[in-house]
Design a binder for this molecule. Structure first.
Ligand SMILES: *[C@@H]1O[C@H](CO)[C@@H](O)[C@H](O)[C@H]1NC(C)=O
Ligand SMILES: *[C@@H]1O[C@H](CO)[C@@H](O)[C@H](O)[C@H]1NC(C)=O
Length: 273
């Protein structure tokens, strides 16, 4: 017996739906946003290469609280040897960042291993939280070792005095806001030699855990170091970071992710023996 017309119709609709979805999934870099149907809760289903965003058990960011952190007895001081380096200001459509020419940015030495500073970028509001509190912005210093592993140093920023690095590049940031940035291209502005000295100020306290990149494909096995000292950024600087971005990226913070039993380790020089 032939199926009634209505169910053939329903089947065709379903089939067309599947085709459209399959077509979407061909692209390695499906479009993701921070709200609506392509928002963070949907990232894992936007493309097979984004599956870790929803299946992963080591995702970032997280809320760092007294209940989920322990003293890391084996943790060592974070050593940073950053250089004055030729840098480029970029808008990749999702966030504003600074990229360093080749390996000229310098290194962070984490657990005795060298990680080269590749780029830094800002999120606003902040992604990691401290005892549930969300700050105005967060700076991510992204490092990569020769074996490809990532380590990120995160600096939380609350509204207050201007942040020195952003103050230095403010005019370029305004220029960037006036550049067109298409959906598949980055806008670049040369910064010349940039001094990142103030970013390597000695760190007395940090939080360490194993997590992921906070944007798709949400790659795991990232060694996170969230600095305990919250620094400042002016409201004008937060606005300048948002200005070049499309509305769906102006609030580019991924919500906090479950720890699934992970413990966050605390390094604190004052409580060492
Ligand atoms: C810095 O990099 C840009 C390209 O990113 C290049 O055109 C320029 O010559 C470089 N400047 C120096 C001093 O190396
Ligand atoms: C790690 O970086 C430091 C500081 O730049 C350097 O002296 C050392 O040679 C590097 N070690 C390796 C194994 O590359």
């Amino acid at each position: 017996m032939a199926p009634p017309f209505s169910s053939i119709f329903a089947f065709s609709l379903l089939f067309v739906g599947v085709l459209v979805q399959a077509h979407d999934q061909v692209g390695q870099s499906a479009v993701f946003t921070y709200e609506g149907s392509h928002g963070p809760e949907k990232w894992g289903s936007l493309s097979p290469s984004y599956a870790t965003c929803s299946n992963g058990k080591f995702q970032s960011p997280v809320d760092i609280s007294k209940d989920n952190s322990v003293f890391g007895k084996k943790l060592q001081t974070l050593v940073r040897k950053y250089n004055i380096a030729n840098a480029t200001l970029t808008n990749n459509g999702v966030n504003i960042g600074v990229h360093f020419w080749k390996n000229s940015g310098g290194v962070a030495i984490i657990d005795g291993k060298n990680y080269t500073l590749k780029q830094l970028h800002w999120h606003s509001p902040a992604e990691h939280r401290l005892n549930g509190k969300q700050y105005a912005a967060e700076l991510h210093l992204v490092h990569q070792a020769d074996d490809g592993t990532y380590s990120v140093i995160a600096i939380l920023l609350q509204i207050g005095d201007p942040e020195p690095l952003l103050a230095k590049i403010h005019d370029k940031l305004v220029e960037l806001a006036n550049e067109k940035c298409g959906s598949n291209e980055e806008a670049h502005i040369a910064l010349g030699d940039l001094d990142t000295k103030h970013l390597r100020k000695k760190t007395r306290k940090y939080f360490r855990y194993i997590g992921s990149l906070t944007t798709p494909p949400c790659t795991e096995n990232v060694i996170w170091n969230v600095l305990g000292k919250v620094r400042t950024i002016s409201q004008q600087q937060v606005d300048a970071l948002k200005a070049p971005l499309n509305p769906v990226y102006k609030n580019n913070a991924r919500p906090v992710q479950p720890l699934y039993g992970r413990k966050i380790e605390i390094y604190d020089e004052l409580s060492k023996h």
